[in-house]
Design a protein around this ligand. Structure first.
Ligand code: ADP
Length: 394
């Protein structure tokens, strides 16, 4: 019998699945179903990245994709016994500060949060329903991108809007919480003295945010009510004056759907460069617009590190993660360039090697690169729900 834990991340037209063993941190297989619909594709990989064979099936719906992924995993592991499934869910509102086993009541609460994250939450919930159908009787665990931030003090939880809106749920929820959870836990293992202190974690990927973590708890984050706020991202705008949105509506007659498309899909690095949302492409490009897009990204990152450090009364460590944070020596070096006043100083040789610690020996503030692993956080939560402890799983 091969015991397995599934982690699932359902988007509007994609489904990412990883199969973890009952014990151990490395997935045995993973799958990416993309463009779910008439032109759906499925890529399957084994533990070492080798391609796996796909079982027959249909990719026209999430439920179909889920069955096809599971059947494909079963080709590889015929005696597969799924113990639990963990789901990435973007929004847990103020109700959930930790993963939760899904019950009909939980589903109702999560469905009520759909208006807060209309682009993601409905798909996340569809993924849970599809999983319930594909493997009934297995514990389904919802893991939230917002949960890690529920410890924010009130001043970092609210906007200066009339209180009734706060009471109705218009708050700074913060996102990327699974990543921050992982990095905080890993820091606790690698450098406990730092984990107890004041840490800014920079999750810089296609989506990008930063989080101030003090004594292991999130106290502030650059993302707010939605995953649009804060840093500029691949195609998302980051912080923008709300007056701009009023202008677009009133003077340019743009609809909510058009503005949403502008802010989520046409802005950020793509909008500024007119070239690409991809940092690698921009680093390699020779156009002034690509250079300006990078300049803006770096500048906003510097501002936010300063702001988050101020929120904690200082900083002991800056930790980079995410595709850009883990791989781009250029962006890391440029962000740190103007942070010397915070005791941040990079060792360029270490930075070039993507070493774990990239700050120079005598620097007051430690700068680290910690590859994040959101799926492992989900797998661990699902394992716990299945009654397996990490000791069992070690
Ligand atoms: P997502 O938020 O979709 O999970 P990732 O964390 O995978 O995204 O990050 C994707 C980003 O990381 C892209 O902008 C990509 O160009 C960037 N990236 C990955 N490797 C490098 C690299 N070696 N140098 C610069 N940027 C990189």
């Amino acid at each position: 019998m091969t015991q397995g834990i599934l982690t699932l991340n359902a988007g509007s037209s994609s489904l990412k699945v990883a199969l973890f063993p009952g014990r151990g941190d490395r997935p045995m297989a993973s799958a990416l179903a993309d463009r779910i619909g008439p032109e759906g594709t499925l890529r399957l990989k084994g533990a070492f990245g080798q391609p796996l064979e796909a079982a027959p099936g249909d990719l026209t719906s999430h439920a179909g994709a889920m069955r096809m992924v599971l059947d494909s995993f079963r080709l590889e592991f015929p005696d597969l016994d799924i113990l639990a499934a963990g789901h990435r869910v973007v929004h847990g509102g103020d109700a959930f500060d930790a993963p939760v086993t899904v019950t009909p009541e939980v589903m109702e609460t999560l469905a009520r949060l759909q208006p807060f994250a209309p682009l993601h939450q409905p798909h996340n919930l569809a993924g849970i329903r599809a999983a319930m159908e594909a493997f009934p009787g297995v514990a389904q665990v919802a893991c939230f991108d917002t949960a890690f931030h529920r410890s924010h003090p009130w001043v970092n939880d609210t906007f200066a809007l009339p209180r009734a809106l706060y009471d109705a749920g218009v708050r700074r929820y913060g996102f990327h919480g699974l990543s921050y959870d992982y990095v905080t836990g890993t820091l606790g293992d690698l450098a406990p003295h730092l984990a107890e202190g004041r840490v800014v974690i920079a999750h810089l990927g296609n989506g990008a945010s930063m989080c101030a973590v003090q004594g292991g708890r999130s106290v502030a984050s650059t993302m707010g009510f939605s995953a649009l706020d804060g840093l500029p991202m691949g195609t998302r705008c980051g912080q923008v004056d709300p007056g701009v949105l009023l202008y677009l509506m009133d003077q340019r007659g743009m609809s909510a759907a058009e503005i949403s498309d502008l802010l989520y899909r046409q802005s950020g690095l793509l909008g500024l460069s007119g070239l690409s949302n991809d940092m690698r492409t921009l680093e390699a490009a020779a156009t002034p617009e690509a250079a300006q897009a990078i300049d803006y990204f770096v500048f906003r990152c510097q501002r936010e590190v300063g702001g988050l450090a101020a929120a904690m009364g200082g900083i002991d460590a800056l930790v980079f993660c995410g595709g850009i944070g883990e791989n781009s020596r250029l962006i890391r070096a440029r962000i740190c360039e103007r942070l010397g006043w915070m005791g941040i100083e990079i060792d360029h040789a270490r930075n070039t090697e993507n070493a774990l610690v990239i700050s120079s020996e005598l620097a007051r503030t430690t700068v680290m690169v910690v590859p994040t692993d959101e799926e492992l956080v989900i797998a661990r939560a699902a394992r716990a729900a299945a009654g397996l402890t990490e000791r069992d799983a070690a």
